[in-house]
Design a protein around this ligand. Structure first.
Ligand SMILES: Cc1cc2nc3c(=O)[nH]c(=O)nc-3n(C[C@H](O)[C@H](O)[C@H](O)COP(=O)(O)OP(=O)(O)OC[C@H]3O[C@@H](n4cnc5c(N)ncnc54)[C@H](O)[C@@H]3O)c2cc1C
Length: 466
């Protein structure tokens, strides 16, 4: 597809649409940050950035871009990890971070209506102040809700509460042609034709631009407790997880981590973790409304852990101790990143009883290819985060080794009936792996869905399946 390059006339017309020159950035006024996301490895500068403040502006820009065949990439906070918000064909970035108003708390329907640029941390704070709960809890709290919706972000509490998709009741979106569409609503049930809302969720800005969302809320659980469970080795730690799941006790979160990641997080944060004597740990959280209810659940899980090789079960029942543990967990990615020159990541998800097999496989790859590979992740939902680190490898050796280990990991995940991405999405970086993992018919359907929404292929082109 040949896209139109933005010229002076386009800039003038887009400034006229917006009516505020300050919010239209071109040339040297575009910050380099707009050329990449948190992954960093995939880069391209946009020709123009618009900091939009309402749906009508987006609609008018899209009408213009559609008519002129100018590519448009929506962007939230740019914390994505697969290059999905990178404007690989140049064109316009629509920066939604200024559309950050919380519009309505409806306590009778237990919904919160927000603009798509509201940050996850602001939503969490607002609902908790009202004794309510928005369960999705991805690690990066400065991400926008629009970004979370478009990646179907997961996070720590997926074991008990599910992922972003499970909490989206309705959406307002702008189509590539500029039309404004409302999908779903405040209703609890909806069997009214194909769920276009659910197609948009996880579509990584390729089908429509999300401008508003109606979120489902729950009552805030009154009590929370975390267990830090040390094991002699990672294998015993991870092998315990399917037994916990089988026991029908449902923790809010089950994470696994190794001492190295803890030490790196301590150095990164300058804070001491409560324990780092052991090689491997499970970190579990339980929530509920009474101490008795939580104790009953965690007592049985603690026993399962001890029966399966845990050295101890450390209970954190104060805000401070839980914060110390979870802030370290939240810093793992940044800590690992700061320990090397460059890295790439794999975010596969495998059936929960296959996590141990996969982790063992990663360690074998590390030895075989003589490259540093670090992993931690959501053991409770089978979603691993694996980081391949460049350190001081030359560009050529790095690329060779990276491709080899990545190919092996995706192959192994497929063999274990896993999926390419558990929560970070496909974006630009993982397209090859999506292509080789899906059946031909599934890819054809995906491409025809894209065509149905965006016949001129101007919205975030070159991502996901194209
Ligand atoms: C330290 C760290 C920890 C993380 N932990 C997790 C985790 O636990 N779980 C998890 O799922 N992710 C995690 N992530 C990844 C990232 O935070 C999520 O992918 C997040 O959802 C991205 O939101 P964003 O606002 O930064 O979106 P961006 O990176 O700006 O964009 C992501 C994608 O969404 C599209 N998009 C953004 N806003 C809109 C919109 N309004 N309409 C249409 N398309 C839009 C973009 O085009 C792009 O395709 C982590 C990232 C970091 C850096």
């Amino acid at each position: 597809m040949d896209y139109k390059k933005i010229d002076k006339e386009d800039i003038k017309n887009i400034v006229n649409i917006i009516g505020d020159e300050e919010r239209v950035l071109v040339g040297e006024n575009i910050n380099e940050d707009y050329s990449h996301d948190e992954l960093g490895a995939i880069k391209n500068m946009p020709e123009l950035v618009v900091r939009v403040i309402n749906t009508e502006e987006i609609s008018n820009i899209m009408k213009y871009a559609y008519e002129k065949s100018i590519p448009v990439t929506p962007r939230g906070s740019g914390t994505g990890l697969v290059g999905a918000a990178v404007p690989i064909h140049g064109g316009v970035i629509i920066d939604l971070s200024s559309m950050n108003k919380i519009l309505e708390l409806d306590e009778e329907n237990l919904t919160l209506t927000v603009e798509s640029g509201v940050l996850l941390m602001d939503i969490a704070k607002f609902v908790e102040e009202n004794d309510l709960f928005y369960p999705p809890d991805p690690g990066e709290k400065t991400a926008t809700i629009g970004g979370n919706i478009n990646t179907n972000a997961g996070g720590m509490r997926a074991v008990k509460y599910g992922v972003t998709r499970d909490y989206i009741r309705g959406l307002e979106v702008v189509l590539p042609s500029g039309e404004i569409l409302n999908l779903g609503g405040k209703v609890v049930k909806n069997s009214s034709g194909y769920s276009l809302k659910d197609l948009i969720i996880g579509s990584e800005g390729t089908l429509a631009i999300v401008t508003k969302a109606i979120l489902k809320l729950l009552p805030l659980p009154k009590k929370k407790i975390s267990l830090l469970v040390p094991f002699n080795n990672l294998e015993s730690a991870i092998n315990t997880v399917p037994k916990i799941i089988k026991s029908k006790s449902i923790p809010t979160a089950i994470e696994f981590m190794q001492r190295e990641a803890i030490v790196a997080a301590e150095e990164f944060l300058g804070k001491i973790f409560p324990d780092k004597q052991s090689d491997a740990y499970l970190l579990l959280t339980f929530d509920g409304n009474t101490t008795e209810e939580i104790e009953k659940a965690y007592d049985s899980v603690a026993k399962i852990c001890l029966d399966n090789g845990a050295i101890d079960v450390l209970i954190s029942d104060t805000e401070e101790r839980q914060e110390a543990i979870w802030s370290a967990r939240g810093a793992f990615l940044e800590a690992i990143k700061s320990s090397t020159t460059e890295m790439d990541e794999v975010d596969v998800v495998v059936p929960r009883n296959k996590v141990a097999v996969f982790v063992k496989f990663i360690h074998e790859l590390e030895d075989k290819h003589n490259i540093r590979i670090k992993s931690f992740g959501h053991a409770g939902d089978g979603n691993l985060h694996i980081y391949i680190l460049r350190d001081d490898l030359s560009q050529q050796i790095w690329e060779e080794k990276l491709n080899q280990v990545m190919d092996c990991m995706y192959e192994k995940s497929k063999e274990l009936n896993g999926m390419v991405s558990g929560e970070h999405g496909i974006g630009y970086a993982k397209k090859t792996y999506l292509n080789s993992s899906l059946q031909k018919e599934a890819l054809l359907i995906m491409n025809s869905i894209k065509q149905g929404f965006d016949s001129k292929n101007i919205l975030n082109p070159g991502k996901v399946c194209q």
